[in-house]
Design a protein around this ligand. Structure first.
Ligand SMILES: [Zn+2]
Length: 389
């Protein structure tokens, strides 16, 4: 194929250069959540969009700010299990009714789905990989083989792993070797019914997998994204809404909801480095003075002011959450990659462990303040025995 003069000037840099050192916000775009996202892009590094109008939103942002807002689109194909024959789900955009003017070829082939993403202003296209059950090595191999045919510089292999993959060192080592065959970025996301990092050893194994893999990323995650980045991930994408902080096992019952509430507000505690439900936080502080939050959203307001079942409060809490982790991300970005960055992250984690101890002494609900399993593991040196929690 003969290019036009100047084509080389328009060729975008490879995905691993565009996304290097970025900590993105993973967010759903439907149901009015679109508001303020573009403006927020001026403070954080960019967005991973998912939801029914992700493609249209990407196109709209790109149209208004070409080249300014770094974006990815998550096809979120992990509601079905992958098989060796069908590791991907390429017809997703057509099924969700997006861009209905596509002809069948564009809307139903794997390359078509990637092209639709690339044609609408994303930095690189994420593969629509289905959910991969623990230990199903042949499916990983099938996905890697298929991804090997796709342009490495513009395609990211999404790897939705059931957390059971992390139970065995042998599986983690095998995954490292198999995924490592690809020059592409490998965007791992972890699946479970509940928060997968609550289980002993999961955070350690995830750190090991990310740390041992060239061009890894961790997406649709929580603060584990910062841990991954500190251990060498190219980029991370941290969920803005609670369901976007891990992948749910296909067919799993919906999360228990004590009063069938439509809205639940989660609040990132700036000292404890963990998310709380707003009502839990209120109970935790009881009659004691609630902490003031100094983030750019709260500007000294009380951390317990967010109401649990209030949509406006939920959105404000989401903005507080981002404003709270953003300075941690920036601190890691300023640190030199390797040992210095990991040390900076572990210091943040150590401070949170200390904050748990101080608050346990001060508050009337000490049972709420066990140091979470994942936080205990993030502060461990590689090779150290896990704490007995
Ligand atoms: Zn705040």
């Amino acid at each position: 194929m003969t290019g036009q003069p100047g084509d080389h000037l328009r060729t975008p840099p490879p995905a691993w250069d565009l996304l290097q050192d970025k900590i993105l916000v993973h967010t759903r775009t439907g149901n009015g959540v679109r508001a303020d996202l573009a403006q927020m892009g001026q403070t954080h590094d960019g967005l991973t969009l998912c939801g029914t109008d992700a493609i249209q939103t990407a196109r709209s942002f790109h149209g208004h700010n070409p080249g300014e807002l770094l974006q990815l689109v998550d096809p979120a194909a992990y509601e079905e299990y992958a098989t060796c024959e069908e590791p991907f789900r390429p017809d997703l955009i057509r099924q969700s009714g997006q861009l209905s003017f596509l002809d069948d070829e564009d809307g139903s082939s794997l390359q078509g789905l990637l092209d639709v993403q690339l044609g609408n202003g994303v930095a690189a296209a994420l593969t629509p990989t289905r959910y991969i059950k623990a230990g199903k090595r042949a499916i990983i191999t099938a996905a890697v083989d298929a991804a090997g045919e796709l342009e490495a510089e513009r395609t990211i292999l999404t790897v939705p792993l059931d957390h059971g993959w992390l139970r065995s060192d042998d599986d983690v080592d095998w995954l490292s070797g198999e995924l490592g065959r690809l020059p592409h970025i490998k965007a791992i996301t972890l699946g479970s019914i509940y928060n997968p990092l609550k289980l002993k050893g999961m955070a350690t194994a995830l750190s090991r997998l990310i740390g041992g893999l060239e061009r890894a990323a961790l997406i649709r995650t929580d603060l584990a994204g910062l841990d991954a980045y500190a251990r060498g991930a190219v980029f991370a994408s941290i969920g803005m809404q609670t369901p976007l902080r891990h992948v749910r096992t296909p067919g799993a019952p919906p999360p228990k909801n004590r009063t069938h509430r439509a809205v639940t507000t989660t609040v990132l505690h700036p000292q404890l480095l963990r998310y709380f439900n707003a009502d839990t936080l209120e109970i935790l502080y009881g009659d004691t003075d609630p902490p003031r939050c100094e983030c750019s959203e709260c500007q000294g307001a009380s951390l317990t002011r967010f109401q649990h079942e209030n949509r406006a409060h939920q959105e404000a809490a989401n903005r507080h959450n981002i404003a709270t982790w953003l300075p941690w991300a920036q601190e890691l970005q300023r640190a030199a990659p390797g040992q210095a960055r990991l040390a900076a992250w572990q210091e943040i984690c150590w401070n949170a462990v200390e904050a748990h101890r101080r608050l346990r002494e001060k508050l009337s609900a000490p049972g709420e303040l066990e140091v979470p399993q994942w936080l205990s593991e993030w502060i461990q040196e590689p090779g150290q025995d896990l704490p007995a929690h």
